[in-house]
Design a protein around this ligand. Structure first.
Ligand code: GAP
Length: 469
C-alpha cells in the first residue's frame, strides 16, 4: 500500500472530488469563479461529519460552551470597531501592463526583485494595502450609510452577542461561545483548491476568561485542537505548531500558534489558536456605548473578560482529511484508489449490494438486508446505502474511492443454500424475510484490506457495530 507522491496528489484529489461528487467548482457551466467551490452529495456528507464531530467535542460534550448561529451580513460599525475596516488587508501589487493583482508576499522572490509580473513580465507597481472584505449595501440606496460587509470571520457575531448570552444564561467564567458558519474574504490570489477560497466556513470558539487565567486556557485549547486533528483522521505526523511572530500576528492577537499541515504545496496554516486579549469586547463597548463588562461574583468587580480563540477552517480540515486518507494499492493485479477515512467521517458507512442486479430474488434479499441495517443505524451518525449500479467490481471501486468502510454483498449462497431459521430478522423487518432457502449469510468486505468474510445476517449488525465502536 503506498501513499501518493506529493507532486500530483493534489491533481488526483481534485479529480476524485469532482468525479465522485465531493466538490464541484462553483458555476462550472459558466467557466467557474475563482475561489468558490460547491459541495456535492458526498462532500456535503463528509463536511457535515467533520462539523458534527467538532460541534460534539467543542460544544455539546462540554458544559462551558454555548452555541450560536449569527448573521453573515455585518453592520459596518461592528467591523470598524473590530479593526477589520481599517486593518483586514493584504499587501498587493498590480501589474501596470496586464493589470493583474498579486499578493506581494507570495510573489516569486527572483521576479519580485526585478519587479516583473509573473504572468506577462510587465512592470509591477508599488505594494498597496488591499482590504479583503466583501462589501454590499443593505436597503434600497447605495450610499455610504447603507454599506455593510459579509463577515470576514464568524467571531464578530459572537462578540456582539456576548451580553445576550451572559444575560440569558449567567455563565460563570471561564465559558465559551461557539459557532460554525460562513466567512468571506476577497482573497487576492485564491489557490490550491479548498485551501484559499473566498467563501469559506469556520468553526470558532471565543472562550472568555479572567485575564490572569489566559495561559492555562490557551494550553487547554491547544490540546483540544490536537485531539480533534486525531479524531478526524488527519495525519498527525504532518502537523506541527508554529509560534507566530509578533509582526505576523493579526491586529488583535497577543499570542498565536498556527497548526500547520504539510500540504503537497507546502507547509501551511491549517488552524489558528489566538489570545485575543480584551481587544474585541473593549472596542465594541466603546463604539456601541453598551457596557460589555462582566460582573465577577467572587470579587464583586466588573471586568472585561479576555479571549482565547481556537479557529478551525472547515475546508482546510476537509482537504487535510482527504490528503491523509488518499491511498493507492494493488488488488487482484489492478491498481486501486481508496480513501482510508475514519468510519465516523465516511459519507457512506455500509453499502449493500445484490451480486447481480437483474436477479429479482437477489435484489429483494439485498433490500431486506439494507432495511435491516438502515433500521439499526437510523439514530446514529452511520449511514447505509443500497447500490446496484454497474457490476460488482465497479461498485467496489466506487465505494473504495468514496471511503466506504464496509460493503455487504448478497449472493446466490445467501438465498439458495439450506435455510437457517432466523426469528430476529423477521422481528426487525416486520415480515417473513423469505428465508425459506439460502444460508442466510452475506459477504462483508473490508475497505482497507479487501478481505471478505462470510457473516450470517443475524450477526451482521453486531459485527459491523463492533468494528465501528
Ligand atoms: N477568527 C480568527 C480568524 O479568522 P484566521 O487565521 O484568519 O483567523 C482562521 O482564520 C482559520 O480559517 C484558518 O486557520 C483557516 O483554517 C481558515 N481560513 C482562513 N482563511 C481562509 C481561506 N481564504 N480559505 C480557506 N480557509 C481559510
Amino acid at each position: 500500500m503506498t501513499k501518493e507522491p506529493q507532486d500530483n496528489l493534489m491533481e488526483k484529489i481534485v479529480a476524485l472530488c469532482k468525479r465522485r461528487g465531493f466538490i464541484y467548482p462553483s458555476f462550472d457551466i459558466y467557466g467557474g469563479l475563482a475561489g468558490f467551490y460547491d459541495y456535492g452529495p458526498y462532500g456535503l456528507a463528509l463536511k457535515k461529519n467533520i462539523e458534527n464531530l467538532w460541534w460534539k467535542q467543542f460544544v455539546t460534550d462540554r458544559e462551558d460552551v454555548f452555541g450560536v448561529d449569527t448573521v453573515e451580513v455585518t453592520k459596518k460599525e461592528v467591523l470598524e470597531a473590530s479593526g477589520h475596516v481599517g486593518g483586514f488587508a493584504d499587501p498587493m501589487v498590480t501589474c501596470e501592463k496586464c493589470k493583474k493583482r498579486f499578493r506581494a508576499d507570495s510573489l516569486d522572490q527572483a521576479r519580485d526583485k526585478q519587479g516583473k509580473c509573473p504572468e506577462c513580465g510587465g512592470k509591477l507597481g508599488e505594494p498597496k494595502q488591499f482590504n479583503m472584505m466583501l462589501k454590499t449595501h443593505v436597503g434600497a440606496s447605495e450610499d455610504d450609510a447603507s454599506v455593510a460587509y459579509l463577515r470576514p470571520e464568524t467571531a464578530q457575531g459572537i462578540f456582539t452577542n456576548f451580553k445576550n448570552v451572559v444575560d440569558s444564561f449567567h455563565p460563570k467564567l471561564s465559558f465559551g461561545i461557539a459557532q460554525i458558519g460562513k466567512a468571506f474574504r476577497n482573497e487576492i490570489a485564491p489557490r490550491d483548491f479548498l485551501f484559499r477560497v473566498r467563501e469559506l466556513e469556520q468553526m470558532e470558539v471565543e472562550y472568555f476568561v479572567k485575564e490572569g487565567e489566559w495561559k492555562p486556557a490557551f494550553e487547554m485549547w491547544r490540546k483540544e485542537i490536537h485531539s480533534f486533528i486525531t479524531a478526524i483522521g488527519i495525519d498527525g505526523n504532518k502537523v506541527s505548531e508554529l509560534e507566530v511572530a509578533e509582526a505576523d500576528r493579526a491586529h488583535y492577537s497577543k499570542r498565536t500558534i498556527d497548526f500547520e499541515f504539510e500540504f503537497p504545496f507546502g507547509r501551511k496554516e491549517l488552524y489558528g489558536l489566538a489570545y485575543r486579549t480584551d481587544y474585541d469586547l473593549k472596542n465594541h463597548a466603546t463604539a456601541s456605548g453598551v457596557d460589555l463588562s462582566y460582573m465577577d461574583e467572587e470579587t464583586k468587580e466588573k471586568i472585561v473578560p479576555h479571549v482565547i480563540e481556537p479557529s478551525l477552517g472547515v475546508g482546510r480540515s476537509f482537504l487535510a482529511v482527504l490528503l491523509s486518507a488518499y491511498t493507492e494499492d494493488e488488488m487482484n493485479g489492478e491498481k486501486r484508489v481508496f480513501l482510508k477515512l475514519k468510519p465516523a467521517l465516511a459519507p457512506i458507512t455500509v453499502a449493500v449490494f445484490p451480486l447481480l442486479k437483474n436477479k429479482p430474488e437477489l435484489v429483494a434479499k439485498a433490500r431486506e438486508v439494507f432495511n435491516l441495517l438502515r433500521s439499526t443505524f437510523r439514530d446514529t451518525r452511520y449511514t447505509v446505502a443500497f447500490d446496484d449500479n454497474g457490476n460488482i467490481g465497479k461498485r467496489y471501486r466506487r465505494q473504495d474511492e468514496i471511503g466506504t468502510p464496509f460493503c455487504v454483498t448478497v449472493d446466490f449462497d445467501t438465498i439458495e443454500k439450506p435455510a437457517q431459521p432466523d426469528a430476529r430478522l423477521n422481528d426487525i423487518v416486520g415480515q417473513d424475510s423469505g428465508r425459506s432457502g439460502g444460508d442466510q449469510s452475506v459477504t462483508v468486505r473490508d475497505r482497507d484490506t479487501g478481505k471478505q468474510e462470510r457473516v450470517t445476517i443475524s450477526d451482521l449488525t453486531e459485527k459491523i457495530k463492533s468494528v465501528l465502536s
